[in-house]
Ligand binder design. Sequence first.
Ligand code: NAI
Length: 789
Amino acid sequence: MSILEKMETLEYGPSLEDSKEALAWLDRHARRFGHFIAGRWHESGEVFETTDPSTGETLAAIAQGSAEDVDAAVRAARAALAPWQALTPHARARYLYAMARQVQKHARRLAVLETLDNGKPIRESRDIDIPLVARHFYHHAGWAQLLPRELPGYAPVGVAGQIIPWHFPLLMLAWKIAPALACGNTAVLKPAEFTPLTALAFAEICQEIALPPGVVNIVTGDGRTGEALTAHPGIDKLAFTGSTEVGRAIRNATTKKLSLELGGKSPFIVFDDADLDSAVEGVVDGIWFNQGQVCCAGSRLLVQESILETLTAKLRARMQTLRLGAPLDKAIDMGAIVAPVQLERIQRLVAQGVEEGATCWQPTNPLPARGLYYPPTLLTGVHPASTVAQQEIFGPVLSVLSFRTLHEAVELANNTVYGLAASVWSENINVALDVASRVKAGVVWINGTNFFDAVCGFGGYRESGYGREGGREGLYEYLQPSWLQNAPALPSGASPHSGAAFPGPEQGTPAIDSTIKQYIGGKQARPDSGYSFPVYAADGSLLGEAPLGSRKDIRNAVEAAHKAAGWARTSAHNRAQVLYYLAENMTHREAEIAAALAPVVGEAQAAREVALSIERIFAYAAWADKFDGAVHQPPMRNVTLAMHEPLGVLGIVCPSEAPLLGLLSLVLPAIAMGNRVVAVPSQSYPLIMGVLYPLFDTSDLPAGVINLVAGPPRDLGKTLAGHDDVSAIWYFADPAECETIRRASTGNLKQVFTHDGHAIDWFHAQQGEGEWYLRHATQIKNIWVPYGE
Ligand code: NAI
């Protein structure tokens, strides 16, 4: 063949990465691995094999962790906690720094191992996964050093249990272990059964740097090992990345502090003024990176109708050039699918999509003769409600839908239960940022996709989970307020004050007209039951009748709260003005409110509650425009705007200890951040609502922003917890019911915020007010904006 002919055809020849060193490393371990517990390797009876999905060859035998193995690892982590925390922040920083250095030193081996075990192209493991792992440890070495100065008043959570999937095995390990250790926790990590090798190589790195034994423990195994770790009572916090299904099971199985990074069906939105060639390359990164096995993959292409034909034609042409082949080949674009079960899942879901009316297009290039491969796939004519538009496929399959207007694009984008990421393509900054503000997603990339960095938070909205990984925002997942650790236990059962006596169903007293009403949608509403219940003073005397709330009242209140969605879009300044007005109005009625409270909590507490309530309203008026986000600076041509956004409608069940101050301490941070609230006033004095709603009515508070429904906290709390249109539940009543409420709220993976049985001193500014509450009232959206040359 002449040079001219070669230049014309540009015939492709394989260029395999050398795997000798990685295979020699496996051989040095006799291709058999135990668990890494307390700094040493532990054999386990049962083993399973991990294989190379591109050849089917066995790579090594891996220990299947039993409940005893998990227990040994948790004990080791517990024993290591005190010595690890006794180190100086600088000393911990040096260990994390050493991890980063060793990852770089072994980068080639780690990249090859990752590719062998997972099937991902070496180009990706070498240029993306492993460099990001090193970057994560460097970044968190910095946090370990700065923690006491940058996050004073916070303490480590303790022992972290961490369960990770197989799509970015070592990167997910870094996302979990680096922040946990930087914050002074110890960890027990379970890698995915398909891809345990790099976690085991990382265990060896822990030995190389002489990390104190027990600080990092790795227990391998399948879902059963994960279940044992989830159920272990010695875990203080669980962090999980993986499918929404398992995330929900874990949410059901634990009451511990939990962060969940789950599935997605992320929209990739292209407007007609986008740079289409860049958008095509974006799609390649968005859905064919890592064979589409990416939780934030841009798996739904939403295209403005006028460019639908042009863009899909360009995409087909580009897909035809994508090279599938041996993952170790440096010249391929797509490697193998991780496991037979995943390949079958992709095949099944695509077939279902076609059955539901989609048209399937795949390039004509033949697939490699052996190994688990699936071609890049385009599904057009996809109905918005069909399986392939709604379900995570976790494969190289792009579903195409079209839209006409920006409004329609946003509606389609938000039309799934998920909310992990979104990618917006337009040359018009107004269009791009308008859409970014409206999509329900924890990460938004403008004219880009699949950017990740250690300085930026990553995590979802809605059923994509909660909690963030990366940056300062990710640290809070491994910290808790220091005072909380020493707070006494809150006694369960009856309230400290006499309070209300709730009748059984249909046994209340028929409400008479003078009984105070529920407060729903800015109006006083008779309870649906038509009944009321008596409320008693501390000395047992009858104080009055409160309306007996039921499921129907809660449903009405949630509906009213949804109608008040405009509150989220009002400026922080305006929200502050409403709060200042409320404080002013309460000041005028200070003596009267104290007199109403006195029979329940005593004169002294009543006076303090009212005075402090006014101060607290001022405090949250102040916070409204000060609890703002951050601008992160990842090492790319971007800045990342980390915006605090409201969660939506919050259900709040109020504490009994301080009927007025407790209610306001929870409701105020929620509304200051733009949420709407359905609150159940305390059991000790639900009549406080009669005092509050005239104040709300005269303070320019829009109807539906605060709704109050009195009744049994447990029952109404359960109804709120089970309501799919409620985004989060804050339960601060009887500690005995916390678990019931948690369990009732797994359906839509609601965030739950409780006192976890600790007595909170509502009169103490540090305990009763501030960032802890504001953080629970918000979720962070990281918007990646092109910036710089
Ligand atoms: P998975 O969610 O089952 O597994 C993730 C991790 O959880 C693994 O370490 C696994 O051993 C562990 N695990 C499984 N069952 C558990 C349980 N009951 N308790 C505690 N830990 C448990 O994901 P899998 O089976 O690998 O894939 C299933 C589907 O989930 C995939 O087809 C894909 O669609 C999706 N997926 C989504 C991911 C994401 O990040 N969004 C990651 C991996 C899978």
